[in-house]
Design a protein around this ligand. Structure first.
Ligand SMILES: [Zn+2]
Length: 98
């Protein structure tokens, strides 16, 4: 594989991971917002107690962190990419990501 092809593949893979990461952030934010609304408006869904909502939030955050640890890695060196979702380069190996 030529270097150019390898770079393209890394950028392609980074873009796919970035898209998955953005979707995961959107989903977890939606769940947090939903839990907050349900917590403030117990009349909407009486069955959800504060404890259930807290459990739901804990599970959402854990699932998100687990997913991030698995997904949000440099396609080249496999190191974690940190909190910035729009990285230009990998902070560890310096590979151009987009
Ligand atoms: Zn890297």
């Amino acid at each position: 594989m030529t270097n150019q092809k390898k770079d393209d593949k890394i950028r392609e893979e980074y873009k796919a991971r970035q898209n998955r990461q953005i979707v995961a952030i959107a989903v977890v934010m939606f769940l947090m917002l939903l839990a907050a609304v349900l917590y403030k408006r117990p009349d909407l869904l009486g069955a959800f107690s504060g404890r259930t909502l807290f459990g739901l939030q804990t599970i959402s955050i854990s699932a998100f962190l687990g997913f991030t640890a698995y997904n949000w890695r440099c396609p080249s060196c496999d190191k974690h990419l940190g909190s910035n979702v729009h990285r230009q380069r990998c902070g560890k190996c310096g590979t151009r990501l987009q």
